[in-house]
Design a protein. Structure first.
Length: 235
């Protein structure tokens, strides 16, 4: 059985209207962090239509064929292109004023400085190593989960993922590694400045959810004001 995990920096509240040109500028800002190698899987998929939070339908899903296996389904994209460089991704999106409904952008393999702190190998407690090797941007419903537990938490995310899963590391431990890695911190700051969030206190039901799903909430404060947050999707 194969496992994968993605560490997601997500925006928990709906963003303003996003156009393809907005995404081009955002990709350009991510490139300026020098966190990417311009190699690996590169491509762009977009679906135009209503605003990102018009409904909560996923762009990718698993269609089970039987009790043990399934296939991945996806929406009918308006743009679906493999690219040779991040600059080509920017070119595909630039100047297009149409509203993004869903988007999935693969930015290839991050540089070693990004991957090394969150790569786990040769653990005596878990023979399945964790090898993150991709960075991506998703526009659409953001889900975080750890095998059984699953939550819809936001609408835009930047993810670093790959094969394996975190154990014996906790999510809180990994987030400390993420936040102390300079190039990842630059990516996070780019997200916060490009689509900022007013740091207001969350309502009571959100605090309750954070307490209920503690393994998916990596911060010590359950009443932490709204911001871009780290989560994980692993299974």
């Amino acid at each position: 059985m194969s496992f994968s995990a993605e560490l997601k920096l997500y925006r928990p509240t709906p963003p303003p209207r996003i156009t393809a040109d907005d995404l081009a500028r955002f990709v350009g800002r991510i490139r300026e962090t020098d966190a990417l190698s311009d190699s690996g899987l590169l491509g762009v998929q977009t679906k135009f239509g209503t605003s990102v939070d018009g409904d909560d339908k996923l762009s990718h899903w698993v269609e089970m064929r039987n009790s043990c296996s399934g296939v991945i389904g996806e929406i009918d994209w308006d743009i679906d292109e493999q690219c040779k460089s991040i600059q080509q991704i920017v070119g595909v999106l630039s100047g297009d004023a149409r509203t993004i409904y869903r988007a999935s952008i693969h930015l290839g393999t991050p540089v070693d400085e990004v991957l090394r702190p969150i790569t786990r190998t040769n653990s005596p407690d878990n023979e399945i190593d964790f090898y993150p090797d991709t960075l991506s941007i998703e526009v659409g419903p953001v889900e975080i989960y750890s095998f059984e537990e699953r939550l819809h938490v936001g609408w835009v995310s930047v993810g670093i993922g790959g094969g394996g899963y975190l154990f014996p590391w906790s999510l809180a431990e990994v987030v400390r590694k993420l936040e102390s890695t300079p190039k990842i911190a630059r990516i996070a700051e780019t997200c916060r400045t490009f689509w900022p969030i007013a740091p207001s206190a969350p309502e009571r039901r959100i605090v309750k959810l954070r307490k209920q799903f503690t393994p998916l909430w990596p911060y010590p404060e359950f009443d932490k004001p709204w911001d871009w947050f780290w989560g994980v999707a692993e299974g």
